[in-house]
Structure formats: structure tokens, C-alpha cells
Design a protein around this ligand. Structure first.
Ligand SMILES: C[S@@+](CC[C@H](N)C(=O)[O-])C[C@H]1O[C@@H](n2cnc3c(N)ncnc32)[C@H](O)[C@@H]1O
Length: 281
């Protein structure tokens, strides 16, 4: 009786079967010597549990494979602007298409984002090597190129149309020290240990493979290098940007920490965006 009660307290799926099994076991107990009947009863329960495990384990593994890949990314429906792929509790946003180039270059952008202040936050000095990852049409690239003097600006993007626009703007005169690089969804394709500063404006949240991208950026970054992660503030409802295109500081820190980076400081002087500075741990 004690055994049965213990079994009934085990997880639900087993409990149901044991409760049925119990009536047979009680009947058998009357016709067998007590120690033998107890042994047989225990063996029958053990067999039953093993049988259930053999049946249920593959089903559980199947279900797990439907929702995760490498254990890092989860797939489930979410926001209409998200791709249904999740990383550390955050849904990844759709990549902004090249058709949005005009929006990136909108005249009111300076007022809305205070790019002058952002670039000042980066403390750019002549000779710096800086990578703008997800450079788009080059809104920040050519401003930084002038500030870095004889330094070098890598302008990295994955869309051919953005790369063509970057090359066109480079030819217009202010981009002698700009090198345009085609990245991939998982890599920035930059030389190892070559970059002093990395700028990412409004792009990290749309990386399809954030973990792989940060690993690749970290490789390209010098030991004392810095990442300037600029994201619309997810904590602030007044920032008029779609939810999956914003990030909270807490989420950014969680993801960067997992990649071996730590928050040095969040410079809170931009109108809509976080200006988070990450360094190697
Ligand atoms: C919203 S735009 C921002 C462009 C630019 N940073 C700006 O603020 O003007 C995001 C850009 O990131 C690029 N992008 C998305 N995923 C990328 C990746 N894995 N590597 C490099 N660029 C990427 C997109 O092609 C797009 O041009």
C-alpha cells in the first residue's frame, strides 16, 4: 500500500498507469507468498516505468528538435515584424531592406538621433581603425572617415545594394580611407585583431545569427578595443519605433555577456538610443 501511494505521488504520466495497475497487484498479492509477491510487484512497476521511458523519450526529443537549433536559437511565432527566431528570450527582427535607404538618410535624422553627439561619444582620434557593421548607405561611415584622418574605416554590410551605395559615396570624395566589405550573416569578414572601435547603429537586433556575429566581431577587435552598440531604447515607450527594433539595456548586456563582453558604460546622452560601450572581459 505504501509503495502504491509513493507511486501515485510520482509525475502525472506514470501515476495514471500505476493507479490502474494497482488493482491487479493487490489481487495477485493474495495468491502468492508475501516476499515473492512484493518482489514481483516491484519488478512489474520497474518494467512499466522503463517501458514508458522508451516510448516517451524519443517523442520528447522530437518535440525539442522542432523548437530549437543548436540549443541557442528557438523558433516560435511572435511579433509580425519579427522573424520567429528567438535568442536569449528576444525575437530577432527582419533585416531592413535597401528600399529603406531614404529613411536612413532622412534630413530630420540628426535632430532625432543627435549623430554629432554619438560620434563625439566614440572619442575618435586620427589613426583609429573603426568598423561600422551594418553600415547601410554610410550615414556614419563618411563622417567617421573625416574624423579618423589617416585612419581606416571598414564599412561592412550584407546587402549588395547597400554596398553599391557605399562604393558610390566613397567615389564622391570623402571616402579615401573607407574600405567596403561584404559580410555574411555569420561573419564580418575582417582581419583578426585589426580594429580599435566597432560601431553598430540600429543593426544588432536584426542579426540573424547574433551569437556568431559577436564572436566574429570579437576576433576582429584588438585587446583594448571597444564596441559601441547603439539601439533604440526598449524601456522607453515614447521612442516611436517598432518593438522588435528596440532593445533594453538588460537584454543587450545579457547577450553581450554570453559572448564574453562586458558593459563599460551606457552613455545616456542620446535622444532615442542607448549608447552602450562594451569591452572584452
Ligand atoms: C537599419 S539598417 C542601419 C544602417 C546604418 N547602421 C545606419 O544607421 O544608417 C541595418 C543594416 O544592417 C545590415 N545588416 C543586417 N544584418 C547584417 C549582418 N549580419 N552583417 C552586416 N550587416 C548586416 C542591413 O543590410 C542594413 O543595411
Amino acid at each position: 500500500m505504501t509503495n502504491v501511494e509513493q507511486n501515485i505521488e510520482t509525475p502525472f504520466i506514470i501515476e495514471a498507469d500505476f493507479s490502474t495497475e494497482n488493482s491487479n497487484l493487490v489481487a495477485m498479492a493474495w495468491s502468492l507468498p508475501r516476499p515473492l509477491s512484493k518482489f514481483k510487484s516491484t519488478m512489474k512497476k520497474v518494467t512499466h516505468v522503463l517501458f514508458l521511458l522508451v516510448i516517451l523519450l524519443p517523442l520528447y526529443e522530437c518535440a525539442a528538435q522542432d523548437t530549437t537549433s543548436n540549443g541557442k536559437y528557438t523558433f516560435k511565432k511572435g511579433d509580425p515584424n519579427g522573424i520567429g527566431k528567438w535568442y536569449m528570450g528576444r525575437e530577432i527582427a527582419y533585416v531592413m531592406g535597401f528600399q529603406g535607404m531614404d529613411w536612413l538618410d532622412r534630413p530630420e535624422r540628426e535632430e532625432e538621433e543627435n549623430t554629432f553627439k554619438l560620434l563625439h561619444n566614440m572619442d575618435i582620434s586620427a589613426g583609429d581603425t573603426i568598423a561600422d557593421i551594418g553600415a547601410g548607405s554610410g550615414y556614419h561611415v563618411f563622417k567617421m572617415a573625416q574624423m579618423a584622418g589617416e585612419g581606416l574605416i571598414y564599412a561592412v554590410d550584407i546587402q549588395d545594394e547597400m554596398l553599391a551605395e557605399l562604393r558610390k559615396n566613397k567615389e564622391n570624395g570623402t571616402g579615401k580611407n573607407v574600405e567596403v566589405i561584404k559580410g555574411s550573416e555569420k561573419s564580418v569578414n575582417l582581419p583578426e585583431n585589426s580594429v580599435d572601435k566597432v560601431l553598430m547603429v540600429d543593426v544588432y537586433h536584426e542579426f540573424n545569427y547574433p551569437m556568431e556575429m559577436i564572436a566574429s566581431i570579437k576576433k576582429a577587435l584588438r585587446v583594448d578595443g571597444k564596441i559601441f552598440l547603439i539601439e533604440y531604447r526598449g524601456e522607453d515607450d515614447r521612442v516611436p519605433i517598432k518593438r522588435v527594433h528596440k532593445m533594453t539595456e538588460e537584454q543587450a548586456v545579457k547577450e553581450m555577456q554570453a559572448a564574453g563582453m562586458k558593459l563599460e558604460r551606457n552613455i545616456g546622452n542620446l535622444p532615442w538610443q542607448h549608447c552602450m560601450v562594451f569591452v572584452k572581459k
